[in-house]
Design a protein around this ligand. Structure first.
Ligand code: CDP
Length: 783
C-alpha cells in the first residue's frame, strides 16, 4: 500500500503535531509556570574568579535582606555529606557549592533562599566572599604541563583526565608512512553552548508523606531519580521526578546541576517548596558546554585518491570537572565514528582530556556523544585531501564511499554500520543543487576574481545508544521502554522512558501505534517525563528516542496485536490460526468480507473476551542489538565579499537518510532546526575565554543566536535505506543536521578562498576572520 493510500495518520504521513495547539497558544506548561503555596526562591552566589582560594564567606549582610530565609555554603553541604556530586559517567565528582577554592568563573559558591525572586537575588549580592587568586590555566595545552595542579582533591596528581584510544596504532602508522599522499591538519571545534530557549530550573518540595516532589527540566527523569537517591540517600520510592514541557534541551538538560541539589536541600531544611530558575547568563556560563576538541587529523592516500589510513589525535578541554555526559565505557563519546562514510582499511583515534579553569561539560549538544566533532574532522579532512590531490571533492568521496553491497560494514574502528546507500544520497543532493552548472558558474566567477565556494559533507552518524553490552550511564544499561494501554473505545495511552523537548513525540509515538494497531492516532495520548507512571528508560538525547523507544513502542504494540488476535478469533468465530492482520484490521484468512477492527477488539477486550485475559495493554523493554547509522549528503554554496569578508550562504541542500520516516514533516522540522544550529556554530558562535579565564560570551549579545534574517533558506530531500535491525526500519534523525552541516559550511568557505591559497580557518567563520584570511593571503601573494 502506498503512503498516500493509507487510511490513517500512520507511519509515513505528514500529520500535524498534536502538541502544537498548546504551544502556539502559549499554553505550554514550563517549569517557571509552577507555583506552590509558601514557595521560596533560590539564587546562587557565583565566583567572579576563575581560580582562587576562598578565604572567607560572610553571610551576615545577606541574612539582613528582607525576605531572606537562609544561606548555605559548601561547608554546610559538606557537613551534611552533600558537598560533592558524582558526574554522569561516574569517573569524577563535582562540587555542589565551592569548598575551599573555586575552579571556574561563575562557579556556584553559596545558595540564598528567600520569599521572592528579587529578595533571593539581593541576598546573593549581599553575600561577601573573599578570594585569594591562584594561577589560571585557560588553555588545555598549558594544562598538559601540570605546572599548576587544578584538582589536588583527586588521587592522580595531574591535570590529565584520561587517555582513550581505539584502532590499530602500529598498523595505521605503517600504512601512513608508506602512503604516497598524506595530509595533516589541526582542526579546532570551538567551545559552543546549546543555549536552549528555556534555561534549566526546578521546583522541589517534600509532601505530607515526606516524599520528594521534584519538578525539573530533565531530558532523563528516571536517571535523575536514581542519581538523586544515590547522592542523597533518599529511597527511590520517596522521590517523584516530573518533567513537563521543556523549551529545548539539546543535551544541556542531561546533567544534574548544583542548583537542583541546593533546591532539594533548601526544601528539606526550610520545609517549604523551593524554586530555582537560572538566568541566561547562568545557563551560558555554568551549565554543560559542548565540543572544545582540538583534533590533529592525518589521512593517507594513494596518488589516485584511495584512502589508506586515518589517524586523529585529540586534545580535549573538559573544564574544571570531568562532567561530560557520556556512557561509562565511552569517555570520548562515540568519537570512533571518525572514519565516517569511507572505507579506511586501517585507522587509529586517540583522545586526551585535560582540566582547565573553565566551566565543566562536554555534553552531547544535539549529537550522539562527540559524533559532531568526529564528523567535522573527517569531512574537513577529506576536502583537504581532495585539495592536496587536485581532485574534485565529489570524485574523492565517491571513490572511497562504503558501497551499498558492503553493508553490514565493519569499520576499522569497531562499528558495524547497519545500512546505507551513500552514492545514491550524494547523487540526489548533487542533482538537486545542480552541481555541474555550479562548477561552471564557479569557474566563470573565479576568472573574474569573485569568491564563490561549494562545500560538501557526506557524513555518517551513529545513534541509538545503545546495546546494553556496551552502553550504560552510572551502570544503568541504555535500554528504553514503552507501555501501551488501549481503552474500551479504542483510544489509548502510550508511556515511554524518553522525554520530548520539542521533537514531537506526542505525534510520532501515536503514529507508530496507529501503524501497528490500526487505531486513530488522534485518540492515542502520549505521556512522558513522570517517573511515577512512565516505565524506566534512559531519556531523550543523542537521537536515541526513535531507535530505542520507538522500537519499544513497536514491540509493545505488536504484543497487543498478538493478544488482540485471540479476541478477534473469538469475535470472528474461527481458530486463532485462521486470523491474519491485513490492511490495518483482522481478517479471516482468504475471506476479505469477514473482518474485525482493532477498535471492535478493544471493546470486546473489556466486554466480550470469552476465555481470554481481559484488557488490552503491554509493556516492552527494548535493548537494541546495534546502533543505527543515519547519513546524509549536504551541499552548501557560498559567496564571499572580498572587501568585507562577509559570507552569504546562497544555497544549502540537505539530503538525509534516516531509514523509514515516521512523520516527514517532523523530520523536515528537525533538519531545519539542526541546520540553523550548524550554521550558527560555523559562522557566529563560540564560548570564548581570555587568557585570565574570563568568560567573554555571557549573554545573547555576545553569544549570538541566528534570527530568521541571517538564517539561510534550507532545501531538503531524503533517501530511505531501512535499518535492518530496527523493528520499523527507522534510524534517528534529530542530530544529523547539527552533526553534518558545520563541515559543509566550512568546506564551502575554504573552497571559495582556495584560489588565494587559504587551506583552513577554524570556526566560527566570522566576517573579520575571513577578511583577515583574505588580506593575509593577498599580502603573501604580493610578497
Ligand atoms: O531522541 P530524539 O527524539 O531527539 O531524536 P529522534 O529519534 O531522531 O527523533 C526526532 C523526531 O523525529 C521524533 O519525533 C521522531 O519520532 C521523528 N523521527 C521520524 O519521524 N522518523 C525517523 N526515522 C526518525 C525520527
Amino acid at each position: 500500500m502506498s503512503i498516500q493510500a493509507k487510511p490513517l495518520h500512520s507511519v509515513g504521513v505528514h500529520m500535524k503535531r498534536k502538541e502544537d495547539p498548546r504551544f502556539i497558544q502559549g499554553k505550554g506548561h514550563y517549569i517557571d509556570d509552577l507555583s506552590f503555596p509558601g514557595m521560596l526562591y533560590l539564587s546562587l552566589v557565583r565566583s567572579t574568579y576563575p581560580h582562587a582560594e576562598i578565604t572567607n564567606i560572610d553571610i551576615s549582610e545577606a541574612m539582613k535582606v528582607p525576605g531572606v530565609k537562609a544561606v548555605i555554603t559548601g561547608k554546610d553541604l559538606e557537613a551534611a555529606g552533600l558537598g560533592w556530586l558524582p558526574t554522569f559517567h561516574g569517573f569524577d565528582k563535582q562540587m555542589v557549592l565551592a569548598i575551599g577554592k573555586v575552579l571556574f568563573q561563575y562557579q556556584e559558591v553559596a545558595a540564598v533562599f528567600a520569599e521572592t525572586r528579587a529578595a533571593a537575588v539581593d541576598g546573593a549580592e549581599a553575600v561577601q566572599v573573599d578570594y585569594a587568586p591562584l594561577p589560571v590555566v585557560a588553555d588545555p595545552f598549558a594544562s598538559k604541563t601540570d605546572k599548576t595542579l587544578l584538582r589536588p582533591d583527586r588521587e592522580s596528581k595531574t591535570n590529565h583526565i584520561f587517555h582513550w584510544e581505539v584502532g590499530d596504532k602500529e598498523g595505521t602508522a605503517r600504512a601512513m608512512a608508506s602512503s604516497p599522499k598524506r595530509i595533516k591538519q589541526r582542526l579546532w571545534f570551538q567551545r559552543c553552548h546549546p543555549a536552549p530557549l528555556e534555561p534549566c530550573g526546578c521546583v522541589a518540595y517534600f509532601d505530607t508523606m515526606g516524599r520528594l516532589q521534584f519538578h525539573v527540566t530533565s531530558q532523563a527523569p528516571h536517571v535523575y531519580r536514581t542519581a538523586l537517591s544515590l547522592v542523597t540517600g533518599i529511597p527511590e520510592d520517596k522521590i517523584h521526578v516530573m518533567s513537563s514541557d521543556l523549551g529545548g534541551g539539546f543535551g544541556n538538560k542531561v546533567p544534574v546541576y548544583p542548583g537542583y541539589v541546593c533546591a532539594i536541600v533548601g526544601a528539606l531544611k526550610l520545609g517549604r517548596p523551593v524554586k530555582w530558575i537560572e538566568t541566561r547568563t547562568e545557563n551560558l556560563t555554568s551549565t554543560g558546554f559542548a565540543r572544545d576538541y582540538h583534533m590533529d587529523v592525518e589521512i593517507g592516500a594513494t596518488a589516485d585518491g584511495n584512502v589508506t589510513a586515518l589517524h586523529v589525535a585529540t586534545t580535549a578541554d573538559h573544564g574544571a570537572f570531568d562532567a561530560a555526559a557520556d556512557p561509562s565505557k565511552y569517555p570520548a563519546g562515540i568519537f570512533g565514528i571518525v572514519t565516517g562514510s569511507y572505507s579506511f582499511p586501517v585507522a587509529h583515534a586517540e583522545v586526551d582530556a585535560y582540566f582547565t579553569n573553565k566551566a565543566p561539560g562536554g555534553i552531547a549538544y544535539r549529537c550522539s556523544f562527540r559524533v559532531t566533532e568526529a564528523s567535522y574532522a573527517i569531512e574537513r579532512g577529506m576536502d583537504i585531501l581532495a585539495d592536496e590531490l587536485g581532485m574534485d571533492a565529489v570524485e574523492l568521496r565517491k571513490k572511497n564511499f562504503i558501497r551499498k553491497d558492503q553493508f553490514p560494514y565493519p569499520s576499522a574502528l569497531g562499528f558495524t554500520y547497519d545500512s546505507g546507500d551513500y552514492h545514491k544520497t550524494l547523487d540526489v543532493a548533487l542533482e538537486k543543487i545542480g552541481y555541474t552548472a555550479l562548477l561552471k558558474e564557479q569557474a566563470d566567477k573565479r576568472a573574474r576574481g569573485e569568491l564563490m565556494g561549494i562545500g560538501l559533507s557526506t557524513f555518517t552518524e551513529v545513534v541509538g545508544a545503545g546495546p546494553s553490552k556496551h552502553f550504560d550511564i552510572l551502570g544503568i544499561k541504555m535500554f528504553d521502554s514503552a507501555e501501551i494501554r488501549i481503552h474500551p473505545t479504542g483510544a489509548g495511552i502510550v508511556r515511554t522512558g524518553t522525554k520530548s523537548q520539542g521533537q514531537g513525540h506526542e505525534t510520532t509515538w501515536a503514529q507508530i501505534v496507529a501503524e501497528e494497531l490500526g487505531l486513530d492516532p488522534q485518540t492515542i495520548m502520549v505521556e512522558e517525563g513522570d517517573t511515577d507512571t512512565a516505565p524506566y528508560g534512559l531519556g531523550t538525547y543523542a537521537s536515541r528516542s526513535t531507535p530505542v523507544a520507538g522500537a519499544a513502542i513497536t514491540m509493545a504494540a505488536r504484543r497487543i496485536r498478538e493478544k488482540a488476535r485471540k479476541i478477534a478469533a473469538h469475535l470472528l468465530e474461527v481458530g486463532e490460526g485462521d486470523v491474519e492482520w491485513t490492511d490495518y484490521k483482522f481478517q479471516v484468512k482468504g475471506v476479505p468480507a469477514k473482518t474485525v477492527t482493532m477498535k471492535e477488539v478493544a471493546f470486546a477486550a473489556y466486554t466480550n473476551m470469552a476465555q481470554n485475559e481481559p484488557g488490552l495493554e503491554a509493556t516492552y523493554y527494548y535493548d537494541p542489538p546495534n546502533m543505527t547509522y543515519p547519513n546524509g549528503a549536504y551541499v552548501a554554496v557560498v559567496d564571499i565579499d572580498r572587501e568585507t569578508g562577509e559570507t552569504k550562504v546562497r544555497r544549502f541542500v540537505a539530503v538525509d537518510d534516516c531509514g523509514v520516516v515516521i512523520n516527514p514533516m517532523i523530520v523536515e522540522g528537525q533538519i531545519h532546526g539542526g541546520l540553523t544550529e550548524g550554521f550558527a556554530m560555523a559562522f557566529i558562535q563560540e564560548i570564548q575565554y581570555d587568557a585570565q579565564g574570563n568568560n567573554l560570551n555571557t549573554n545573547f549579545t555576545d553569544y549570538l543566536v541566528p534570527t530568521s534574517l541571517e538564517t539561510p533558506h534550507w532545501e531538503t530531500g531524503n533517501t530511505v535505506t531501512p535499518s535492518p535491525h530496527h523493528p520499523m526500519g527507522a534510524k534517528g534523525v534529530g542530530e544529523s543536521p547539527n552533526v553534518g552541516s558545520p563541515a559543509a559550511f566550512v568546506n564551502a568557505v575554504i573552497d571559495a578562498l582556495s584560489p588565494l591559497g587559504v587551506r583552513h580557518i577554524d570556526m566560527p567563520l566570522t566576517r573579520d576572520k575571513v577578511w583577515r584570511a583574505i588580506r593575509d593571503a593577498e599580502a603573501k601573494k604580493k610578497a
